[in-house]
Design a protein around this ligand. Sequence first.
Ligand SMILES: Cc1cc2nc3c(=O)[nH]c(=O)nc-3n(C[C@H](O)[C@H](O)[C@H](O)COP(=O)(O)O)c2cc1C
Length: 217
Amino acid sequence: MYLNQLKIGNITLPNNIILAPMAGITDRAFRKTCKQYGVGLVCTEMVSSKGLYYKDEKTKQILNTQGEQRPISMQIFGSDIETMGYSAKYVSELADIIDINMGCPAPKVVKNGDGSKLLLNLDLVEEIVREVVQNSKVPVSVKIRKGWDDENIVAVEVAKRIEKAGASSITIHGRTRQEFYSRKSRLGYHQTSKTKRIHSRHRKRRYQNKRRCKKHV
Ligand SMILES: Cc1cc2nc3c(=O)[nH]c(=O)nc-3n(C[C@H](O)[C@H](O)[C@H](O)COP(=O)(O)O)c2cc1C
């Protein structure tokens, strides 16, 4: 096991073991137990930015971290710029890190354009991250999946845009939305006919370069 300190923006975590946010699981009791066993960072369950905007008491309760050790990350989700900006201001008064959920596959979330549905609209991803960063006093991290489906693997492109928009860290769940939680999480990706063509072009170029190099030695 390689335990190292990890920096996210100006927050230094005691180690690089991070509890994955899980709706219905990572509540206060679960987070406290994981902290006792030494994890470097815990995260709340995701909360709806609309819930916070409309001052829903149940939503606010999910962010109750009374008596917990710091640092704590709090996860928000949404696709509406105004409510995400509002939530960033609200949550940055309570959290050490704000995490934006752009990976949730649940139908009730994606039908509103939230969670992993955002991976089909990278301009909006960038806009949301910029808005949250601008309204937050604490570092912002973003959780994505590797893409919507095998035809839309966007992790690298979206990570670059998220970085450009000012986020301090990115977590990639190595499944597509289409995969939900099935199979093993993998950061590699299936070969679609498009990626196969690109790979075979790369292989051909590599082979040609090798031959060229050999000729010159
Ligand atoms: C019951 C459950 C709830 C989850 N809720 C969230 C969530 O609220 N926010 C989030 O970013 N990921 C959520 N996830 C995804 C996990 O954080 C994690 O990224 C995913 O399970 C990949 O880990 P694995 O390869 O061990 O399955 C959830 C996963 C499970 C199983």
